[in-house]
Design a protein around this ligand. Structure first.
Ligand SMILES: Cc1cc2nc3c(=O)[nH]c(=O)nc-3n(C[C@H](O)[C@H](O)[C@H](O)COP(=O)(O)O)c2cc1C
Length: 206
């Protein structure tokens, strides 16, 4: 992990963001690995989106209506993909980059999220291929989703995505770091997220 003071990181963040806002009016799509109403990862994703500069559009895509993956329905030339999957893929296709905020389920990627990634992964028109992605996570446990994040690495590799690996955003004991309104109250964590976002935006440069 990189530890910078909040002041240092905000200064760096603002200077890079200012440059990039002029440079490009991009879009980042966020995916949350938890569908739970009071999900800490949903809160985290919203916080991350709120830290993006004005010039960058941010959309959180919902995907809780897509079916279990079945390759028989994932061959566009033969039969159309399910409507919900098409909509999901179309939204992902509008993204220059992704933020994924997810819990760890049984030391790995939550099944719903992995299922969605599988639906978006196939074909030359996969909306994930080659794109930068920042993976972040929050857990009520002690290990901050490190095993889920490690489990994602082979997925990113196979999809030829560009994961922004540093700094790692591993939020342990999330119940102590968000307030009842979903605000992230831990300054050190906030400054690390800001650096992660800077690095994500830098990775969008051609
Ligand atoms: C099915 C399931 C499996 C879980 N497995 C893990 C785990 O492997 N490691 C961990 O730290 N927490 C685990 N947890 C606890 C979650 O990290 C915790 O519930 C977290 O708050 C879920 O994220 P959310 O608040 O975004 O829904 C698990 C929870 C569930 C429901």
């Amino acid at each position: 992990m990189i530890f910078l003071s909040t002041h240092e990181s905000i200064k760096t963040f603002n200077s890079i963001i200012g440059y990039l806002t002029v440079e490009k009016n991009g879009k980042i799509v966020g995916l949350c690995g938890s569908f739970r109403k009071n999900s800490y990862n949903a809160m985290l994703l919203k916080v991350a989106g709120s830290l993006l500069p004005d010039g960058i559009n941010f959309e959180i895509v919902s995907y809780d209506d897509i079916p279990i993956y079945n390759a028989d329905y994932d061959i566009p030339e033969v039969s159309d993909r399910p409507e919900s999957v098409k909509k999901f893929r179309d939204t992902l296709a509008t993204a220059d980059a992704f933020i994924i905020a997810s819990p760890e389920y049984n030391y790995s990627i939550p099944g719903g999220l992995k299922n969605a990634i599988d639906w978006a992964s196939r074909g030359k028109d996969s909306p994930l291929m080659h794109k930068p992605v920042a993976l972040i996570g929050a857990t009520q446990g002690m290990w901050g989703t490190v095993r889920m994040q490690t489990a994602f690495l082979p997925v990113f590799t196979f999809l030829n995505m560009n994961p922004v690996l540093q700094p790692e955003v591993l939020i342990a004991q999330a119940q102590n770091k968000f307030d009842e309104n979903g605000n992230l109250t831990d300054d050190k964590t906030l400054s690390i997220i800001k650096i992660k976002l800077e690095n994500l935006i830098s990775a969008c440069r051609v």
